[in-house]
Design a protein around this ligand. Structure first.
Ligand code: AMP
Length: 193
């Protein structure tokens, strides 16, 4: 059995409009810390990334940031984490985050977050792993993504069971509740990257 101890959160390096997304990111970080789950994230100190990490640290949690060297300045590398891993490329960053995580939360974010979300879903489609993927919707921000995934199935470009590659969860409390269930019920994840 390989329970969920470490959760990778993919989220925006920008805060989005209004306070709701930042508040939700902070609630997620605080909730992970309270649940004793280690946060794996992109290592930035700005936007939703910074909020989730700061809240997890403030809650006494363990936080691992994984950032490529060239982004250290751009994304204002967050040194206030338990561990900051600096990689030599985006590809090694993604690989490292993947290796460290038992589950993935695809949160609100921009193009980088979408890229990370699609990659982790396609890796699961290719049976390279069997780790849970939760798409967390905050204030409808994930609805177009979910609609796009549904449209791909509706047009016959993915099989209907592609919908089982990920779970769509409304809000942070339900996401944390689902992670807790996965932490106790989860079987071994196969990893063949
Ligand atoms: P964004 O959602 O665009 O704010 O980016 C969120 C995170 O994804 C940031 O840490 C970015 O460095 C990262 N990111 C941006 N572009 C990519 C990409 N092509 N592949 C993987 N990660 C990316």
């Amino acid at each position: 059995m390989s329970p969920v101890h470490s959760v990778a959160v993919f989220c925006g390096s920008r805060p989005g409009h209004g306070p709701a997304q930042l508040e939700a990111a902070a609630a997620l970080g605080a909730g992970l810390a309270k649940a004793g789950m280690r946060l794996i994230y992109g290592g930035g100190g700005v936007g939703l990334m910074g909020a989730v990490a700061a809240a997890a640290m403030a809650g006494g949690g363990s936080v691992v940031g994984v950032i490529p060297e060239f982004l250290m300045r751009w994304e204002v590398a967050n040194r206030d984490v338990t561990e900051l891993i600096v990689t030599d490329s985006m590809h090694s960053r993604k690989r490292r985050m993947f290796d460290l995580a038992d589950a993935f939360v695809c949160f609100s974010g921009g193009l980088g977050t979408l890229d990370e979300t699609f990659e982790i879903i396609t890796w699961r489609q290719l049976k390279l792993h069997d780790k849970p993927i939760l798409i967390t919707d905050i204030d409808g921000a994930a609805r177009p993504l979910v609609a796009l995934l549904d449209a791909v199935v509706a047009h016959g470009f993915a099989p209907p069971d592609a919908r089982h590659l990920y779970e769509v969860i409304e809000g942070v409390p339900a996401t944390l509740a689902r992670l807790k269930v996965l932490a106790t019920a989860r079987g071994a994840a196969s990893v063949r990257l």
